[in-house]
Design a protein around this ligand. Sequence first.
Ligand code: UDP
Length: 237
Amino acid sequence: MAEPVYKRVLLKVSGEALAGDQGHGLDFNMISQLCDALQDSLALGVQIGIVVGGGNFWRGAKNVQIERSRSDHIGMLATVMNCLAVADVCEQKNIPVRVQTAIAIPTVADSYTYRSADENLKQGRVVIFGAGTGSPYFSTDTGAVLKAVELHADLILLAKNIDGVYSADPVKYPNATRYDKISYSETLEKRLGVMDLTATSLAMENHIPIRVFAVKDPENITRILKGESIGTLVSEN
Ligand code: UDP
């Protein structure tokens, strides 16, 4: 088996990705494939944490009928629902896993602490992080970069419904081209929408590379861990 080129990585999976083709709720076929990829990653000897989004259930800013903070709380709880589903499928496959949430829900999951997350990762458990940053007005992308920075991950794996970063939306513009590599600042200047401004700035400030790839083929995860240049690498110039 090829040696992995990373020791510890942070995978960000959006809620939309977990919904598969149905676009909402949870696609357990998709989640099962994702968990298989997690198992393969652990088998390679790579420590892997996951930040899970919640957009398949709720997006705070879109639900304007209620106070934004409360709406964002609902969004963060939606991410926890997704974490529990992924963790359960992991357990069904005997993959060692822990869920840690940035909002304390002690009867449901462990609360996030750096020390415990670090230790669980070292012990070869997948750690699934719920509730993003724990604060409204942020995104799970920012939560993912925060966790990656705090836990000294070598790489952020940004699983998307698209297979990389394009010069324009390839659905609207068929001539759009995919970048193999692009800098953080270029994604911001060209408004390529890889991650939100806060998340991208945090990644840029802390020099953490991001590989954007298609979640449709979760085996991409192990290919990337073995050093294949799949999708787009967002990093320094
Ligand atoms: N959210 C939040 N703070 C965070 C992370 C998420 O308030 O640190 C809320 C916010 O309402 C967001 C929702 O949770 O719309 C779901 O997260 P996100 O949109 O990032 O999920 P994704 O698009 O990755 O599925």
